[in-house]
Design a binder for this molecule. Structure first.
Ligand SMILES: Cc1cc2nc3c(=O)[nH]c(=O)nc-3n(C[C@H](O)[C@H](O)[C@H](O)COP(=O)(O)O)c2cc1C
Length: 341
């Protein structure tokens, strides 16, 4: 990989304490299935994420020693402190999966997915289904906390009709031993649509000081800072980071941190170098097709706001191998113009 400079030229003057970890900043890369694979996590680590999540990993898959699932536990040198997120529908499966996931001793915290609204996860009694089975959710949290690593259950806002309110659910998880609760301000029924309820996250941050990590609609530095001002110790950057990978750097600058000037207003050539770096990382890890796919997926974000980048995106659209995509990026002769800040 062509190394690009770290976002912050010097260590932060003040570290962030969040969820039992001491981190460089409160800005964390969210768990994103199909996206937060090791090369992407390394990419975002270099771009300023203070900690990164794996995708959610099936404990049943780990127990069956499914090679594909095991590979999700890989970590690349240079990744920010990594949190492994597990999903299971019961305590025994969770613990057996965790035993495998934590055997390597590489993860700094362990997440439990209690938020996923997708049917294939719900039907296993896992993900957001656990919000309907709070006693099981609490028992799972307590059992995992005994493994010694900080435990971060990730939940959603509890809608009316659920056994517990959001406050009661957070309280139960924290009492059971969770170091921090990651709260996404949408209900399971909302999935990813509609606005996230920032107020419920803020209310929980006030009710449980320092223990609620915010998630939902973080697209601008102001969105992240808003959650932090309400008392959240950390914020998850999710779709906003994919839509604009420079969001970490821009938010750090917004928070008054010193940020390398390459990131403050990234030049088109620098963006090209980043895209090529990213593809190179993915190719090394997963091969040419995956590198082409992921780089094409991230290209709109990497060139967000750059006038003249449309033709580049169109030029790579039908390319399925990394050498072809890289060639188009490296040899793009169109006029790329920095956006007006
Ligand atoms: C494609 C995609 C994959 C996701 N995968 C996971 C996951 O594996 N585990 C999890 O807890 N949340 C997952 N999420 C939820 C995000 O972590 C985050 O909570 C959610 O997108 C809300 O934040 P946003 O509105 O800023 O995107 C996923 C979201 C998306 C869009």
């Amino acid at each position: 990989m062509t190394l690009f400079p770290p976002v912050s030229p010097s260590p932060p003057p003040v570290k962030t304490e969040a969820g039992g970890l001491t981190l460089d900043s409160p800005l964390l890369l969210a768990p994103l299935a199909g996206i937060t694979i090791p090369p992407l996590r390394l990419f975002f680590s270099r771009l300023g994420a203070a900690a990164v999540h794996t995708e959610m990993i099936s404990c049943s898959g780990l127990i069956r020693s499914n090679g594909k699932t095991d590979a999700m536990l890989d970590l690349l040198p240079g990744e920010a402190p990594a949190v492994v997120q597990l999903f299971a529908g019961d305590e025994d499966t969770l613990l057996r999966g965790a035993e495998r996931a934590l055997a390597g001793g590489v993860f700094k915290a362990v997440g439990i997915n209690m938020a996923c609204p997708m049917p294939k996860v719900l039907k296993k009694g896992a993900g957001a289904r656990l919000m309907e089975r709070p006693r099981i959710a609490f028992a799972m949290t307590a059992a995992l906390a005994r493994c010694g690593l900080p435990v971060w259950p990730k939940i959603r806002k509890c809608p009316p009709g659920y056994p517990l309110t959001t406050e009661e659910f957070c309280c139960g998880l924290l009492d059971a031993g969770a170091a921090m609760v990651c709260l996404h301000g949408r209900t399971p029924a909302q999935r990813y649509a509609g606005d996230a309820d920032r107020d419920v996250v803020a209310q929980m941050a006030v009710r449980f000081p320092g223990r609620i990590c915010a998630s939902g609609d973080v697209y601008t530095p102001g969105d992240a800072a808003g959650y932090l001002e309400k008392g959240c110790p950390a914020v998850l950057l999710a779709r906003g980071a994919v839509a604009d990978p420079f969001l970490f750097a821009r938010t750090l600058a917004f928070m008054g941190r010193s940020v390398h000037n390459k990131y403050a207003d990234p030049a088109p050539e620098f963006r090209k170098a980043l895209a090529v770096s990213l593809g190179g990382l993915v190719e090394e890890y997963m091969g040419s097709r995956a590198a082409a796919l992921f780089t094409k997926r991230m290209l709109p974000g990497i060139f967000k706001g750059v006038r003249g980048s449309g033709p580049l995106r169109r030029a790579v659209a039908d390319k399925t191998s990394w050498p072809c995509v890289r060639h188009e990026i490296e040899n793009f002769n169109g006029y790329l113009e920095r956006r007006e800040l």
